[in-house]
Ligand binder design. Structure first.
Ligand SMILES: Nc1ncnc2c1ncn2[C@@H]1O[C@H](COP(=O)(O)OP(=O)(O)OP(=O)(O)O)[C@@H](O)[C@H]1O
Length: 507
């Protein structure tokens, strides 16, 4: 008999103990199917595939490395009226052979940069890796708050404790404060997602800070690095011509070669199945998009999408003001009163900048929304799932009832986001896990998979922007391009091309 037990409402370590006790009383064995590995035990061959298989039938607690998903009541309207509290361990597709070989390298303790074009499963692989590394000493970060919050981590700057410091001296001073220094000293592994947006100077400074704080001469103070991203996607943010000219990619930093022992590439694209679309995207990524490709895309994708189910496509814009204007305008156009949801926050406010949910969320019946976290993967309620607010239920606590694209109508209860630094909880936010979903910025869309998307690239300004935006679409059928594509965004950076040309020969 297969039984799944969902536990929540306590500290992860307590939940793990409870899980182990249940497991032992059922099976008579003290086996710990999902427990993080003891950091003191030498790293051996990966058991990631086994862990995944185990996780489907085993008692579950929150995912490793700071992913904490306390669902405070997302209940299907058709189900029990009882207010259910449950802990969701995201269901992950099993790894492919090439993904597994990268996971093995990480688990064996190597400092790895793994890359691949959009949709090759870098994020999925990272989630598997997180489940295999010791939670207490693995720090999960990303260059942007949004990408970090998807993984339950913090921004790289927040981990480092460097605030807004930009010179090495100030960074070292700030990182030497007790709480930041403790993180630096405790870390055995530092994960950095969306590495393409980390500037080389910051990377060099952090490497020096790590050696200083850890009093170690080893590269990055002896911390294992797991870096991932695609340098053909968005580059480090730089405002103004001078900053643009000075910016360097992380792989251009002086310490890259000494800090990264393996550079590995994923080749198989999972997001799209259409070979022609995959090929056009691949040419776009490398700056080799032909005028025929463009004509085909612009002509084939200029028609309206099938909206018979009433769900509009997500609109992607290159500028935030266009995004906010569209969302606000669409909300204002809806009849009826809006309901405002104010988040309940604890801990360090600045750490919540990394949180995907807003401090204040305004909704109306009829509003197009998107889930901002995995609420119930088994029922298709995953981060990015689209739907429409039908009404609000409840009297003392009002909650939105959403009809999702998969046909499920659900009351969306509040969720708690926990921002961790290692095992320490630095902040929490309790909020309805929804965002207005009519429009998004291309920067925010990086990392997403979208079933139905309308892209406006008329004002695209960065190399890689068109590629990031268009590669969010799962298929050409679900893609509309409004207006022309600005040719500036179709360039591939020559430094990135040269870097990738060297990757094939290295491991
Ligand atoms: N081994 C796999 N088996 C089945 N599906 C997979 C596998 N790996 C990834 N996918 C699916 O492919 C889609 C894209 O994966 P993911 O978002 O991890 O790619 P990515 O490389 O991080 O993309 P991007 O660079 O655009 O952020 C997701 O829907 C994911 O679940």
């Amino acid at each position: 008999m297969l039984a799944q037990v969902l536990l929540s409402g306590g500290e992860p370590l307590h939940l793990e103990k409870l899980r182990d006790a249940i497991h032992q009383s059922i099976t008579g064995s003290a086996r710990r199917p999902l427990a993080p590995r003891d950091p003191n035990v030498p790293r051996g061959p990966s058991v990631l595939g086994k862990r995944k298989a185990d996780s489907m039938g085993a008692p579950s607690v929150s995912g490793a490395s700071g992913i904490s998903c306390s669902s405070l009541g997302a209940t299907a309207t058709s189900g029990s009226a009882a207010h259910r509290k449950q802990e969701v361990l995201e269901e992950l597709a099993p790894l492919s052979v090439e993904q597994q070989s990268i996971a093995d390298r990480v688990v064996a303790g190597h400092s790895v940069f793994f890359t691949g074009c959009a949709g090759t499963g870098k994020s999925l692989l990272l989630k598997h890796i997180l489940r295999a590394l010791p939670q207490a000493t693995t720090y999960v970060t990303a260059s942007t708050g949004l990408a970090a919050s998807v993984l339950g981590g913090t921004t790289l700057n927040a981990f480092a404790g460097i605030g807004r410091a930009s010179d090495l001296e100030s960074m070292t001073k700030m990182a030497s404060r007790p709480d930041a220094a403790q993180r630096w000293r405790r870390a055995t592994t530092l994960i950095i997602d969306e590495i393409s947006m980390v500037d080389a100077t910051l990377f060099e400074h952090l490497e020096a800070v790590a050696r200083h704080v850890r009093r170690s001469k080893a590269p990055f103070g002896g911390i294992q690095l797991v870096l991932t991203g695609d340098f053909h996607q968005l580059p480090p943010v730089a405002k103004g011509a001078a900053a643009m000219a000075a910016r360097r990619f992380a792989f251009e930093s002086e310490c890259w070669a000494s800090c990264v022992s393996s550079c590995m590439q994923l080749k198989k694209v999972f997001r799209q199945a259409d070979r022609d679309f995959i090929d056009i995207l691949a040419r776009m990524r490398s700056g080799a998009c032909t005028s025929q490709d463009l004509r085909e895309l612009e002509a084939g994708c200029s028609r309206s999408l099938d909206l018979s189910d009433g769900i509009l496509p997500t609109m992607l814009f290159t500028h935030c003001e266009d995004v906010e204007a569209v969302n606000a305008q669409r909300l204002a156009e809806l009849p009826g009163d809006s309901v405002r949801f104010a988040a309940q926050d604890t801990g360090r406010t600045e750490a919540l900048q990394a949180c995907q949910s807003k401090a204040s969320l305004e909704l109306k019946a009829g509003a197009q929304v998107m889930l901002t976290r995995n609420v119930a993967p088994g029922r298709g309620l995953v981060n990015g799932a689209r739907g429409i607010v039908q009404r609000f239920c409840g009297t003392s606590i009002r909650l939105p009832v959403v009809l999702f694209a998969n046909g499920l109508e659900t009351t969306v209860g509040k969720e708690r986001w926990t921002i961790r630094s290692g095992t320490a909880v630095v902040a929490t936010r309790t909020q309805v896990p929804l965002a207005l979903g009519w429009a998004l910025s291309v920067h925010k869309s990086q990392g997403m998979t979208l079933d139905r998307v309308e892209v406006n690239l008329a004002k695209a300004f960065e190399a890689g922007m068109a590629y990031v935006a268009l590669s969010r679409a799962r298929s050409l059928k679900g893609l509309r391009i409004s207006g022309i594509i600005n040719a500036r965004s179709l360039r591939a950076d020559p430094k990135v091309l040269a870097f990738y040309a060297t990757l094939g020969s290295r491991r």
